[in-house]
Ligand binder design. Structure first.
Ligand code: F6P
Length: 555
């Protein structure tokens, strides 16, 4: 049931009618052509002044096309848009996900044991901690070899089956925290309904030593259920004749879900199910039981450290003044480029190989959250919302797509992420890596003028090709070291950045109706592909022809 909007702190003037928005429009016309070269020349302290720090992360936002007045107006926009009240409503357990009538409380997943977070008058923290304790016991058992497979062999392979929020977080964090993982365990993540994914990820595994974690909030997702069923077949075929199928499955399959009924229908003992709650969105769930595979890899203590990092950033977001608030600053800078400069994409460029999947993780977090075209009250927006988020680790990206960021015609704001200490000291690699972070942001901001190019003796023909206009905006985020705690803070930083932007745009960042239509249509087409005779097809002529061609040629 859609609750009346006046019940929510987001009831407010339309975005474009807010005084700060109007003022920003006027201001934009004045500063649009300002150059970072000039801004830095005028203010020797800019690079130290326009920085903020919180939860172990240092943000340098000085290489953005903003003045002090821009920031003042952007923060005024945050106030007028009611972002703070909305933030407090989220932390307070109000049902701010109006289209699903749910609270949004991923922050409760990392609240300390003794904290109180109320949902409908009930403190949910004890439930969260109870599940964490059960997860820890289970993870410990697997790590210690006391949880064995059905033939008594210790589990050595853990395969998480899930998709979207039930996959991307564990995949990303497992890669990010590999350094802290038990290397005697093999972790695999199966997500794609393409059978190749399951086949390739299981082909070298011994079923006797393999545990499947079926992760699905709903336990109805087509891809996950198909993979889970095939994994069951693979396991039973690999084990040969078993005496008691249910007892065998119980040793090799556990579930993470909110849907106990579907879990037991599938054949997994609900004693081996780890729950979470409808107030945890899929893309905000990696710090719930969805993180079980990660917890097995890095251990319960490492997982608790990760949660502590999330909580550090939650507290920073909740309490730091807007001027020093990292998620707020990243959020408003994104709005500045998206809505005033018309930037369509935003790149996230981690200079750490362990963060290889961080951009992919952020794609779901950001694009599923803020890829919306109506406001909370259902009006079509008359401004742009979420950008396309993309990226891959430096320095590889430098040799692929940075050319376009430096000299192309699109404005692409970028976040550069780096660490002062490496986890793998191999001199001089880390200095080389970090030199590239600093060099790239310097080059993007200040470029190289025609005069500089000519002064180098470059001829008139070539000179235009060698000019770097610069004025390409970047943020640089530095942390000392990639630890579980720092990773937690980094993820929470982006969660809250997305929140700030969604609140400014007055959209619901917590539903995802846009993925439904395709799911429904696929459900209709499956029986048409599998029908014995020639099925009657009622689609458009293109879809009908494609289905017929596929049926005729699939062999
Ligand atoms: O892609 C849509 C979506 O609902 C995501 O929001 C979610 O993370 C994913 O599917 C998986 O859902 P489930 O955990 O219910 O299998």
């Amino acid at each position: 049931m859609l609750r009346h909007m006046s019940e929510f702190p987001s009831a407010r003037l339309p975005l474009t009618q807010l005084p700060a928005w109007q003022a920003l429009k006027v201001h934009f016309a004045e500063v649009e052509n300002l150059e970072l070269r000039g801004l830095f020349a005028q203010d020797a302290a800019r690079g130290e002044r326009m920085t903020a720090e919180g939860a172990g992360l240092y943000l340098d936002y000085s290489k953005n096309r903003v003045t002090d007045e821009t920031l003042r107006l952007l923060l005024q926009l945050v106030r007028e848009a009611g972002v703070e009240a909305r933030r407090d409503a989220m932390f307070g357990g109000e049902r701010i996900n109006v289209t699903e009538n749910r609270a949004v409380l991923h922050t409760a997943l990392r609240a300390p044991r003794g904290a109180t977070v109320q949902v409908d008058g009930q403190n949910v923290v004890p439930d969260v901690q109870e599940v964490l304790d059960r997860l820890s016991d289970f993870a410990q058992g697997v790590r210690a070899g006391t949880w064995t497979g059905s033939t008594g062999k210790p589990i050595r392979n853990i395969v998480n089956i899930g998709i979207g929020g039930s996959d991307l977080g564990p995949v990303m964090a497992h890669e990010a925290l590999k350094h802290y993982a038990d290397r005697n365990l093999t972790l695999r993540f199966v997500s794609n309904v393409d059978g190749t994914d399951l086949v390739e990820k299981t082909r070298d595994l011994n079923p006797e030593e393999t545990l499947f974690i079926v992760s699905s909030k709903t336990f109805t997702t087509q891809e996950t259920m198909a993979n889970a069923r095939s994994a069951r077949v693979w396991l039973l075929a690999g084990l040969g004749k078993v005496q008691d199928e249910n007892a065998t499955i119980a040793k090799h399959f556990v579930a993470v879900s909110t849907n106990a009924t579907e879990v037991s229908t599938f054949g997994i003992d609900t004693a081996n199910m780890f729950g979470f709650w409808d107030w945890v969105g899929g893309r905000y769930s990696m710090d719930s039981a969805i993180g079980l595979s990660l917890m097995i890899a890095i251990g319960p203590e490492g997982f608790r450290e990760l949660l502590a990092g999330f909580h550090d950033m939650d507290e920073h977001f909740r309490t730091a003044p807007l001027e020093e608030n990292l998620p707020v600053l990243l959020g408003v800078l994104g709005v500045w480029y998206r809505n005033f400069f018309g930037a369509q994409t935003h790149a996230v460029l981690p200079y750490d190989q362990y963060l290889a999947y961080f951009p992919a993780y952020l794609q779901q977090l950001d694009m599923e959250s803020n890829g919306k075209h109506v406001t909370l009250t259902g009006e079509h927006v008359n401004y742009d919302t979420g950008p396309v988020v993309w990226g891959q680790p430096g320095t590889n990206g430098q040799h692929a797509f940075y050319q376009l960021i430096h000299q192309g015609t699109a404005l692409i704001p970028c976040d550069f992420l780096g660490f002062c200490q490496t986890l793998n000291p191999l001199p001089p690699h880390h200095d080389l890596l970090m030199a590239n972070v600093f060099a790239q942001t310097e080059a993007l901001a200040f470029g190289k003028t025609l005069e500089q190019v000519q002064a180098e003796g470059v001829g008139a023909d070539l000179a235009p090709h060698r000019v770097f206009e610069g004025n390409r905006p970047t943020n640089t985020l530095l942390a000392d070291r990639l630890t579980p705690r720092v990773l937690g803070a980094l993820i929470a930083l982006y969660e809250h950045k997305v929140f700030v932007q969604g609140a400014i745009w007055n959209i619901n960042s917590f539903d995802q109706w846009g993925v439904e239509l395709g799911k429904v249509l696929a459900g209709k087409i499956v029986p048409e592909l599998q029908a014995e005779g020639e099925p009657e097809l009622g689609h458009d002529s293109s879809t009908n022809a494609l289905i017929r061609r596929y049926r005729a040629r699939r062999g």
